[in-house]
Design a protein around this ligand. Structure first.
Ligand code: F6P
Length: 473
């Protein structure tokens, strides 16, 4: 599933004062004579009262909004929203929606709002759901979606379409798209699925098909670059509060007690970081981006002893990807196994660190109670909360507007609070991580008052060499 975008394939527009537009493909780039039609929204009563509902063709959104007087204007993305002219006639549209990868709160809301957006705003009647992720294109039946089918689905967690990891066979997928006469493809998925979307788009373009492909980024880990946040993250952080509250109640009820909560976050610690900042009961937050060690001065055990001595209880939040280096040093066999999306299968840091903490206190002949809580899938197998549902609705509408307006090969995303169309390659080129030299991590350290667990040796400079890419809240 290799997608390589050469610089000549990138649509980069340079303007005055260092302005750069990283634009997305458009039907007019490769179908110059493609007919256009007036946007049906022009006759829609709901919009007739709204001035400037249509987005100006030249509107773009800056990636960086903190600037100095002499900073170049920098990278911009095309602003999402409806255009005056559309590239599809409503009756000609056959759209399909697929959900790929792990679950995420709000998936059903996005499905619902794509169906509602296409139907209410653009009069589209033919919409298919692809059953069970990418492999559903060629291995399963499709589901017919209409306003009735999707009416109540936002109340449930999961996805009514089913999902799976892997199963990406570009040729078979595009064959299926072509055979069925599908001309709009909406792909809801994380970075792996967006890579898949990019490859599907490349193949569609290579075959000269008039088919639009749009991605809606999804992951509770919030590790997709460029965008402010991915839908479902807010709900996951909120759900994590239940586990942290329980850990706090347990810890304060027993003598010398630690409540330890493991949260999802394979490569990035955003869920753990935001759940900690939201809670106020967490004494220590451990994430993959911030290395730590156990023994000796400045280590985790020393800090635990200190906190227990001061308060008699403490809560530790650990992201599943944290401390994997320690674990593989001591584990009998370090795992190189991967899941169907190509993610490394992690060993259970929560169980491992619980045992190490217990062993340490036994060795020191000190009383310790440790209550370990692993809410795992409970933080993502729920419906979206209010804020995520708003986010899902707007993302779905933005995707529909973009596709109808002829944009193609893009992911829709919130950049500095504005909806934009982002080229696939920008979304898939790297994963977003917590940058521990950024202010947000410092804010967390100030809130928990935990040490940084940095060893004061040469490796510190490597630990600090993070890339810019934290959330901009
Ligand atoms: O990718 C998001 C995520 O929630 C990770 O944090 C977690 O490791 C993974 O999904 C687990 O998903 P599954 O067990 O479905 O592969």
């Amino acid at each position: 599933m290799a997608s390589s975008v050469s610089n000549s394939d990138r649509k980069i527009v340079n303007g005055p004062a260092g302005y750069v537009l990283e634009d997305v493909p458009h039907f007019s780039d490769y179908f110059p004579d493609h007919p256009t039609y007036p946007n049906p929204l022009q006759d829609n009563a709901a919009y007739s009262v709204v001035k400037q509902y249509f987005v100006d063709e030249d509107d773009t959104v800056p990636q960086k909004i903190v600037v100095h007087p002499d900073s170049p204007r920098g990278t911009h993305f095309r602003r999402a929203g409806p255009r005056q002219r559309v590239y599809f006639e409503s009756d000609d549209v056959l759209a399909c929606i697929v959900t790929c990868g792990g679950l995420c709160p709000g998936l059903n809301t996005v499905i619902r709002e794509i169906v509602c957006g296409l139907s209410y705003m653009y009069g589209v009647k033919r919409i298919l759901g692809i059953d069970g992720g990418y492999r559903g294109f060629y291995a399963r039946n499709v589901i017919h979606l209409d306003l009735k089918t999707v009416n109540d689905i936002h109340r449930s967690g999961g996805t009514i379409l089913g999902t799976s990891r892997g199963g990406h066979d570009t040729t078979k997928i595009v064959d299926s798209i072509q055979d069925r006469g599908i001309n709009q493809v909406y792909i809801i998925g994380g970075d792996g699925s967006q890579k898949g979307a990019a490859v599907i788009f490349d193949e569609i373009r290579r075959r000269g098909l008039k088919v639009a492909v749009a991605g809606i980024p999804k992951t509770i880990d919030n590790d997709i670059p460029i965008i402010d946040r991915s839908f479902g993250f807010d709900t996951a952080v909120e759900e994590a509060q239940r586990a942290i509250n329980a850990a706090h109640v347990e810890a304060t009820s027993f003598e010398n007690c630690i409540g330890l909560v493991k949260l999802m976050g394979r490569y990035s610690g955003f869920i753990a970081m935001y759940a900690t900042l939201a809670s106020r009961d967490v004494d220590c937050c451990l994430i993959p981006e911030s290395p730590f060690f156990l023994e000796g001065p400045g280590g985790l055990f020393e800090f635990i002893e200190k906190r227990l001595k001061e308060n008699g209880h403490m809560v530790i939040v650990i992201a599943e990807g944290a401390g994997q280096d320690l674990l593989s040093e001591s584990a009998e066999q370090s795992t190189t196994l991967k899941d169907a999306s190509g993610n490394k299968l992690l060993q259970d840091i929560g169980l491992w660190i619980s045992q190490r903490i217990k062993d340490h206190f036994t060795k020191k002949k000190m009383t310790l109670n440790l209550k370990y809580i692993d809410p795992t899938y409970m933080i993502r197998a729920v419906p979206g909360n209010a804020s995520d549902n708003v986010c899902c609705t707007l993302l779905a509408q933005s995707a529909v507007h973009g596709v109808m307006a002829g944009y193609n090969g893009f992911t829709v995303g919130l950049v500095n609070g504005r909806h934009t169309y982002i080229p696939f390659y920008r979304i898939t080129e790297k994963q977003n991580k917590v940058v521990i030299t950024d202010r947000m991590w410092a804010r967390l350290l100030s809130s928990t008052n935990q040490p940084s667990f940095m060893r004061h040796d040469k490796s510190d400079s490597n630990q600090l060499a993070g890339e810019a890419g934290t959330m901009k809240w």
